[in-house]
Design a protein around this ligand. Structure first.
Ligand SMILES: *[C@@H]1O[C@H](CO)[C@@H](O)[C@H](O)[C@H]1NC(C)=O
Ligand SMILES: *[C@@H]1O[C@H](CO)[C@@H](O)[C@H](O)[C@H]1NC(C)=O
Ligand SMILES: *[C@@H]1O[C@H](CO)[C@@H](O)[C@H](O)[C@H]1NC(C)=O
Ligand SMILES: *[C@@H]1O[C@H](CO)[C@@H](O)[C@H](O)[C@H]1NC(C)=O
Ligand SMILES: *[C@@H]1O[C@H](CO)[C@@H](O)[C@H](O)[C@H]1NC(C)=O
Ligand SMILES: *[C@@H]1O[C@H](CO)[C@@H](O)[C@H](O)[C@H]1NC(C)=O
Ligand SMILES: *[C@@H]1O[C@H](CO)[C@@H](O)[C@H](O)[C@H]1NC(C)=O
Length: 515
């Protein structure tokens, strides 16, 4: 009691001179606390948005231009072990999945130009290095795979005049071209000289489509890409942060039948517009995929470095043969079966079909048409990206795609007369990042943990302090007014000596009396 009296005395008098000053500061604190509680999140949001913008010279810009990550590609090749029986005796192809063959990657963006309108233009530069330690074998392992240039040519000739097909057959006879080739894994990926492509290049005029005489599934990907890419930097509109504006001077793809399907307004998978919620659908664009790939929330995850994030994955009907995907089938119906995506128009008309590895999310009969492809396991074969939602940074990613060749039977060409209509899996790969460097992880951790803590401390802390002060001031007020009235009463009744003089108290009385 005595202690509180003293405190009251101090507050109402000597310490702050005027009791209402306490009350006023309390109210100010309370208001400040409430304001903080309400606005801290948006202030932090604004701060993050400001820091993320890709301004030449900033830290995020450096990280973006030369990502401090070690991406990798794991390649699994389907080796055909019964090529002769398949062609001669009509047996199912028996495939042997070999791999992984692992390449480490170095990502870089070169020739970056700031367009001063909220976009940056640049070229991707990717350097691949084979990593024998992580691989199942050397990349000169020899494998037997379908002869993609040849089977593309024969499949395309299906609707051509018959004499053309016969001519093609005799050219292939002379060049000794067979429906299966034996090449090394490295050649299959990075290119080998193909007699048919060489011929085409020599014979056909320059405007013709095929630009190469080598064939490889990743041909031309090692090194600086010739494509000019324009991307939003976030400077003008943070909701478009990291989204492609143009790819090779084009704002849309030319291949599909609607603007929506021709859109390239997606991210490259490394950075996304910040403040992602579980309800958002985000989009990734890849040139070889030839479309936007939508991604939806799957589950909450925590990276090895302890950063919380969301896992995003394509919806199950992404490659479904339905109304939705009709625009991707301009010459159909019939359209590609469930689970396959026809990229023929993007791949110089070769009948390439993409799917998820092991035909995940595709018709079961595609997998049953061959032997040696085990049933898909979502965790091993699903494509996903783990994103730190506040910053929109990819923390871990697995871009998993299988490349298939949709062969059509062409009876006039004797080399392939026995090659039935089939979707032939060639290989699948997994491109991704495993873990961000600690410097980035710790920043992401900060971005997840600081906002709620700051909000709690600033908001609730200030509020609590305000409430405490108000309570204190009010208690003191009541006490002092109570004391005053007793004093007056006492004055009327008995002449009692005043309480022992405490300098502070006297001032307090004076103050109250004055009012
Ligand atoms: C791939 O299959 C062929 C037989 O078709 C075999 O000769 C070759 O050794 C196999 N490659 C590997 C790396 O196992
Ligand atoms: C194809 O089948 C026939 C009879 O069924 C058999 O004699 C022949 O060896 C088989 N050919 C191959 C390449 O297995
Ligand atoms: C990048 O810029 C340099 C000079 O600034 C130029 O020589 C080079 O051709 C450019 N590269 C590409 C791929 O445009
Ligand atoms: C920004 O400028 C570049 C180069 O001038 C141009 O290609 C691009 O379309 C512009 N972007 C916007 C959004 O205006
Ligand atoms: C990619 O190019 C670099 C240098 O340009 C070279 O050292 C490397 O071996 C190439 N990688 C592959 C897989 O060809
Ligand atoms: C997310 O979607 C669910 C169901 O559609 C809805 O109830 C919820 O309010 C949405 N949340 C946000 C943040 O939009
Ligand atoms: C793939 O697309 C091309 C071009 O639109 C078309 O000619 C071809 O028939 C399609 N293939 C399948 C199997 O639908």
């Amino acid at each position: 009691m005595q202690g509180r009296d003293k405190l009251c005395a101090k507050l109402t008098s000597a310490f702050l001179r005027k009791w209402w000053f306490v009350l006023a500061s309390a109210v100010v604190l309370l208001l400040l606390g409430i304001t903080c509680a309400i606005f801290v999140s948006s202030w932090i949001r604004m701060f993050i948005d400001h820091e993320l913008v890709l301004r030449p010279g900033s830290m995020t810009f450096e990280w973006w231009a030369r990502p401090p990550v070690r991406p990798f590609v794991h390649v699994y090749v389907y080796n055909v072990t019964n090529a002769d029986e398949f062609l001669n005796n009509g047996s199912k192809p028996v495939l042997d999945e070999l791999g992984p063959y692992v390449y480490s990657e170095e990502w870089e963006k070169v020739n970056i130009t700031d367009n001063e309108n909220g976009t940056l233009s640049f070229h991707y530069k990717r350097t691949y290095t084979f990593v024998p330690e992580l691989s199942a074998g050397p990349d000169d392992d020899s494998v037997v795979v379908p002869n993609i240039p040849m089977l593309s040519a024969t499949s395309q000739s299906k609707h051509a005049a018959r004499f053309l097909r016969l001519a093609m057959a005799s050219i292939m006879d002379i060049l000794k071209i067979k429906p299966f080739v034996e090449v090394s894994v490295g050649q299959l990926l990075w290119g080998y000289e193909d007699p048919l492509l060489k011929l085409a290049k020599d014979v056909v005029s320059k405007e013709q489509k095929l630009p190469y005489e080598e064939f490889g599934l990743f041909y031309g990907k090692n090194g600086t890409s010739p494509d000019v890419v324009t991307m939003f930097s976030g400077a003008s509109d943070i909701t478009k942060y990291g989204i492609f504006q143009r790819y090779n001077h084009r704002e849309r793809l030319p291949h599909w039948s609607t603007d929506e399907c021709n859109s390239i307004a997606g991210s490259d998978g490394s950075i996304f517009p910040p403040h992602i919620t579980r309800n958002d659908t985000i989009a990734v664009y890849d040139k070889d995929l030839c479309r936007l790939l939508p991604l939806r929330y799957l589950k909450d995850v925590e990276s090895k470095a302890g950063v919380q994030g969301y896992r995003f994955t394509p919806p199950e009907d992404v490659f479904a043969n339905d109304e939705h995907n009709k625009c991707f089938c301009p010459s159909g119906p019939p359209c590609a079966p469930n689970g396959l995506f026809n990229v023929s128009l993007c791949q110089y008309d070769s009948p390439i079909m993409l799917s998820f590895p092991h035909f995940y999310l595709a018709d079961e009969k595609l997998r049953e048409a061959v032997e040696g492809v085990s049933p898909p396991v979502p965790d091993k074969h699903r494509l996903y990206i783990d994103i730190q939602p506040e910053m929109g940074t990819a923390m871990q990613a697995r871009a998993r795609i299988q490349i298939n060749l949709a062969v059509s039977q062409v009876v006039d060409i004797k080399q392939v007369a026995n090659f039935p209509d089939i979707v032939f899996p060639i290989l699948w790969f997994e491109e991704g990042i495993d873990e961000l460097p600690e410097s980035v992880s710790s920043m992401l951790r900060l971005a997840t943990k600081v906002p709620p803590i700051a909000r709690a401390i600033l908001g609730w802390g200030l509020c609590a302090l305000g409430v405490l002060l108000i309570l204190l001031a009010v208690t003191c007020l009541i006490r002092s007014s109570h004391r005053q009235s007793t004093l007056r009463l006492e004055g009327h009744a008995v002449a009692k000596p005043p309480p022992p003089k405490v300098p502070g108290k006297e001032n307090g009385y004076e103050l109250n009396n004055r009012r």
